[in-house]
Write a protein that binds this ligand. Structure first.
Ligand code: SF4
Length: 308
């Protein structure tokens, strides 16, 4: 088995009680089947407490958030009582993994960190050198990539090379990426893009306020090229392969990566805004299947593709 990950990935460490947008607040936390079984058997007061704070069946169980939308196991210091008492192995799959994402191919798993976590966001956006993918191989698997996977990997790697080609401005790189994939973005003024985002499901009032405030401009990117490169690379790495299925690639991932980078850049009034704006964009769009499907579907249709 091979594992692929961005070079910054090993530096990630959850900042727990110092996190201003703790992922244990405001998100529904689903409990996977196997962990649900462990919680049913957990002994002592912690077992009772966990079971009191769960609802749903073994197949769709989740924690009951309190009136402030906090996970019932999150203490007043912003730490998880379950980890403190039983260790990280007692966590359900989502809590163990977050903010990591994974994409599995025949011979490998690609891993990354999601921008919706403020610490991952800081790490990703603060990279000064072009992102490199690292590979670890335990040599135990004989599985090989299919021809389709090989093709999409090589196309994705070509797009990443363009995205990190610093001899060109970041705008030229975005154009080249779209040309390379023979994709285009609908030619809409930013105001209209903001209105499209305002029509999608929204979680955070700050996101709504930001979209309404920025929809009338000024329409210029206030963040530097390296930050935009980091965003572009992040979206391509995360979404391109996920969108490729054997023999049935549907287009839109390159356009989505370019569009997401441009929207985030235009929503920032100054460089330091990018951490909050990118985190919110990720939480509102990337982490909502419904919103992601709506935007990807629109770009897919515009580029003449067919979504399954
Ligand atoms: S959002 Fe990130 S840094 Fe904050 S608590 Fe969750 S994993 Fe930790």
């Amino acid at each position: 088995m091979k594992w692929i990950y961005p070079d910054y990935y090993p530096q990630f460490k959850c900042i727990a009680e110092r996190c201003r947008h703790n992922c244990c607040i405001g998100w529904e936390i689903d409990i996977d089947y196997s962990t649900m079984g462990n919680y049913q058997k957990m002994k002592g007061p912690m077992g009772d407490r966990v079971r009191r704070n769960i609802e749903g069946s073994a197949l769709d169980g989740h924690f009951i958030l309190d009136e402030n939308e906090r996970c019932p196991l999150l203490n007043e210091n912003g730490l998880c009582d379950l980890i403190l008492e039983k260790g990280e192995k007692a966590l359900c799959q989502i809590c163990r993994d977050h903010p990591r994402f994974r994409c599995r191919l025949k011979d490998r798993e690609e891993i990354g960190l999601g921008l919706c976590c403020e610490e991952a966001c800081r790490l990703i956006l603060d990279q000064k050198e072009p992102m490199r993918l690292l590979l670890e191989d335990n040599g135990r698997s004989k599985a090989e990539l299919s021809n389709g996977e090989k093709e999409y990997l090589s196309r994705r790697n070509r797009l990443l090379a363009i995205a990190t080609d610093r001899s060109q401005s970041v705008y030229n790189r975005m154009d080249r990426i779209l040309e390379e994939e023979e994709e285009e973005l609908p030619d809409l003024p930013f105001k209209q893009w903001a209105d499209i985002l305002l029509q999608l499901e929204r979680l955070d009032e700050n996101w709504t306020t930001l979209l309404k405030r920025r929809r009338n401009g000024p329409f210029r990117a206030s963040i530097d090229d390296i930050t935009q490169e980091n965003l572009l690379v992040y979206f391509l790495y995360r979404h391109y392969l996920k969108n490729s299925k054997e023999g049935a690639y549907f287009c839109g991932a390159a356009a989505f990566s370019v569009l997401s980078t441009q929207i985030i850049a235009l929503l920032c009034e100054k460089q330091s805004d990018v951490y909050d704006v990118a985190r919110m964009y990720s939480a509102e769009i990337e982490y909502s299947d419904e919103n992601l499907d709506a935007l990807m579907g629109m770009l897919n249709e515009y580029n003449g593709g067919t979504m399954e």
